[in-house]
Design a protein around this ligand. Structure first.
Ligand SMILES: Nc1ncnc2c1ncn2[C@@H]1O[C@H](COP(=O)(O)OP(=O)(O)OP(=O)(O)O)[C@@H](O)[C@H]1O
Ligand SMILES: [Mg+2]
Length: 253
């Protein structure tokens, strides 16, 4: 809202260190849930060279601009792809023909400063790993959702990422435990408590293993449209409400 007095938008990074934990699915789920509730959202795929947030958002046919097109000054932010189902959700994809280390963090940060003036939330879908792409995202975001599975290896990785963020002086870091098997709920609850103790990361939410996540992507639709009331969609809406600062009970289903 140019010229208005709206508060500055927040930049929320979805990351994990470990690959395949569900960062992209969680990012798309929360972005669409926030958009559903009326927030103005910009989603940026930061997985340079390996992008796929477009698929989870149901935008794979869109030919969206990349964030590099915008932060290199070639295009204005208002050329970001507008989602056909969510008119207040916009999208910039990741560039394909360069490495994350070739992105200028200063230019990226400048683009985000402009985006804060125009959007309520900017969501960054981070790449796996803790190198250049991870650094780009962690340097520029205000809040962090660390996505982990419920297994011990994933949990150790999440704890490590929590430590790296703490070392970088980042304060608003929360955990999303994804792909939780419903038959193991009682066991997993203990594990979640353990990981919160070990990592010191407060919980933002738990998402059950839900086949609709993969099915929605296969059909090229956002999950929250494809299966409005499935377990994962409900979990993403609950996390979105917590991100908005509303009290929301920590339910599993
Ligand atoms: N809650 C869930 N239930 C079932 N399947 C899921 C769930 N979350 C993610 N998946 C599936 O797990 C796979 C990996 O998910 P996704 O691409 O979101 O992970 P990622 O962490 O972004 O991966 P990468 O590190 O490669 O970027 C996909 O096939 C996705 O459909
Ligand atoms: Mg991903």
């Amino acid at each position: 809202m140019i010229g208005g007095t709206r508060r500055l938008g927040e930049v929320l990074a979805v990351l994990s260190g470990k690959g395949g934990t569900g960062k992209t699915s969680v990012c798309a789920g929360i972005a669409t849930a926030l958009a559903e509730s009326g927030e103005r959202i910009l989603c940026i795929d930061c997985d340079v060279g390996l992008r796929n947030l477009d698929i989870s958002l149901g935008l794979s046919d869109s030919g969206a601009l990349s964030f590099l097109d915008v932060c290199s000054g070639g295009y204005p932010l208002d050329r970001a792809e507008k989602h056909p189902d969510y008119p207040n959700l916009f999208f910039l994809t990741a560039p394909m023909n360069c490495g994350a280390e070739q992105i200028d963090p200063e230019a990226f940060g400048q683009m985000l400063r402009r985006a804060r003036l125009e959007f309520d939330f900017v969501l960054l879908d981070a790449p796996a790993g803790v190198d250049a792409g991870f650094r780009l995202v962690t340097e520029t975001a205000d809040r962090f959702l660390v996505v982990t599975g419920a297994g011990p290896a994933a949990i150790r990785d999440a704890s490590r990422v929590g430590e790296l963020l703490e070392l970088a002086g980042k304060k608003h870091v929360r955990l999303v435990v994804n792909r939780v098997d419903r038959d193991m709920l009682s066991t997993v609850r203990v594990t979640i408590d353990d990981v919160m103790d070990i990592s010191g990361l407060p919980l933002a939410g738990v998402v059950l293993e839900d086949v609709n996540v993969t099915l929605a992507a296969s059909f090229g639709q956002p999950l929250l449209r494809y299966a409005k009331r499935c377990d994962a969609a409900k979990a993403f809406r609950r996390i979105a409400r917590r991100v908005q600062g509303f009290p929301e009970p920590m339910k599993l289903r």
